[in-house]
Design a protein around this ligand. Structure first.
Ligand SMILES: [Zn+2]
Length: 93
């Protein structure tokens, strides 16, 4: 879940992403004000669908904000039981 904060700036109001929490457990996933860290953790669960032509198009998007714990401990077992176990690989960045 994305939580936005609204604050006043001189002559205009600005809404900016403040933090992201897991839609399943509510745990903070990312806090935009947190100290920088070298640790990387990202979970992306998103579906995009629609028509895309050479000149462009529009896609609908479905997504959920999910923390790594819920992905590994809740969705992972559910996927495995339903015949789609998670695949592990290493990515150099
Ligand atoms: Zn969670």
């Amino acid at each position: 879940m994305k939580h936005f904060t609204t604050y006043m700036e001189p002559a205009r109001e600005v809404t900016a992403l403040h933090r992201i929490t897991c839609d399943l457990c509510g745990q903070a996933i990312r806090d935009e004000g947190a100290e920088p860290s070298y640790y990387c953790e990202e979970v992306v669960i998103r579906a995009k669908f629609g028509n895309v032509y050479p000149e462009g198009g529009t896609l609908e998007q479905l997504e959920v904000d999910c923390c790594l714990d819920c992905f590994q401990l809740r969705l992972g077992p559910w996927l495995a039981v339903n015949g789609a176990p998670l695949r592990k690989s290493v990515v150099d960045v």
